[in-house]
Design a protein around this ligand. Structure first.
Ligand code: NDP
Length: 336
């Protein structure tokens, strides 16, 4: 079977491509720039003609994916901006939402062999910033982020804008499916990962090229987070497991029409420092060692769907992922 992976050069997407090859798929990847993505051809040289790269310069254009969807059996749509630098909401919301509706439209019109579309959504589309600690699962939607961005605009801030962009993109996808139900020959699965941690498969560049989620660990270990920031928290998943979830969601019949959280555990930023200390990583601040054990978890994720529908156990430890991350960071000039 052949699968189309959008944004194939991204941190998560390179892992997804790797997992597709290992599962026997052929892959057509879309990228914005071939020169920036030349490493992919080298990285996956052993798969020869099973790997194709095509350029889609502007994913928001109507018909952008009309050619790319032809002849593939499935699509994994990962391309979407993930950064905390947006000034205007539309910087993120337009590519997130229109990139999604654009590929669904192309699949509807030209994807005659497509059976399944896997959308890389996010826990951003599920967990709202809750005033009191509570649990979340796939029945929840982060409507609060959308409302905040609608009322405050740019003043909502870049993080809230990102949360809204992912909520609006996933919402648009399910609305598209509902609106075209009678015509569709494929179904949709949304994968909702929290912060994704673990090594990048892209060639090492500089610390500036570390993607937004890996930076949570990088910034903490390099001392950019202190005091109350070390009690900043979230859920996380190992990058190889998040990628595996996409591959399983491509062929697991029971996953059709579902949103699925894939999650390895909970973290406070202090936990990275404790793990680094245990691993004997030099030059790492200590913060307030082992101070997080009894802190309430503001937004714990509770789900068995990844295991029930995908047969996926998202087991991974924070200590291991910190160790793997530091190895990766060192190649990028990490000071430790
Ligand atoms: P990266 O920044 O590493 O990759 C993002 C990918 O999307 C790149 O291929 C990038 O292309 C492409 N992209 C970004 N903006 C645009 C745009 N305006 N038009 C076209 N393509 C664009 O991020 P991640 O790998 O971390 O994220 C991949 C996906 O996973 C995203 O959908 C993100 O929301 C989602 N996600 C990520 C999580 C995480 O913790 N990392 C958690 C949950 C979900 P280019 O290189 O050309 O900019």
């Amino acid at each position: 079977a052949k699968v189309l992976v959008t944004g194939a050069n991204g941190y998560l997407a390179v892992w997804i491509v790797k997992k597709y090859f290992e599962a026997g798929y052929s892959v057509r990847g879309t990228v914005r720039s071939l020169s920036k993505s030349a490493f992919l051809k080298e990285q996956f040289a052993e798969y020869g003609e099973r790997f194709e790269l095509v350029v889609v310069e502007d994913i928001t254009k109507d018909g952008a994916f009309d050619e790319a969807v032809k002849g593939v059996d499935a699509i994994a749509h990962t391309a979407s901006p993930f950064h905390y630098n947006a000034i205007e909401p539309n910087e993120l919301i337009i590519p997130a939402v229109q990139g999604t509706t654009s590929i669904l439209n192309s699949a509807l019109k030209h994807g005659t062999s497509v059976k399944r579309i896997v959308l890389t959504s996010s826990v951003a589309a599920i967990r709202e910033v809750a005033p009191t600690p509570r649990d979340f699962d796939e029945t929840n939607w982060n409507n609060a982020a959308v409302a905040t961005v609608e009322s405050k605009g740019s003043a909502a801030g870049p993080a809230m804008i990102y949360l809204a962009s992912k909520t609006l993109a996933e919402r648009a996808a399910w609305e598209f499916v509902a609106a075209h139900k009678a015509e569709l020959k494929w179904d949709l699965v949304a994968i909702n990962p929290p912060f994704i941690f673990g090594p990048s498969l892209s060639p090492a560049q500089t610390a500036n090229d570390i993607n937004t989620s890996q930076k949570e660990i990088y910034d903490t270990l390099t001392g950019a987070r202190t005091g109350a920031q070390l009690r900043g928290e979230g859920n996380w998943v190992h990058v190889s497991i998040a990628a595996d979830a996409h591959v399983r969601a491509t062929h697991a019949a029971a996953a059709g029409g579902e949103r699925i959280i894939v999650r390895s555990g909970y973290f406070f930023h202090q936990d990275f420092l404790d793990a680094a200390a245990e691993l004997g990583i030099p030059n790492v601040p200590r913060g307030e060692p082992y101070s997080t054990g009894n802190l309430p978890r503001a937004a714990n994720l509770v789900t068995t769907k990844a295991e029930d529908l995908l047969g996926l156990k998202a087991t991974a430890t924070l200590k291991d992922v910190v160790e793997e991350s530091v190895k990766d960071f060192k190649a990028r000039g990490y000071p430790g």
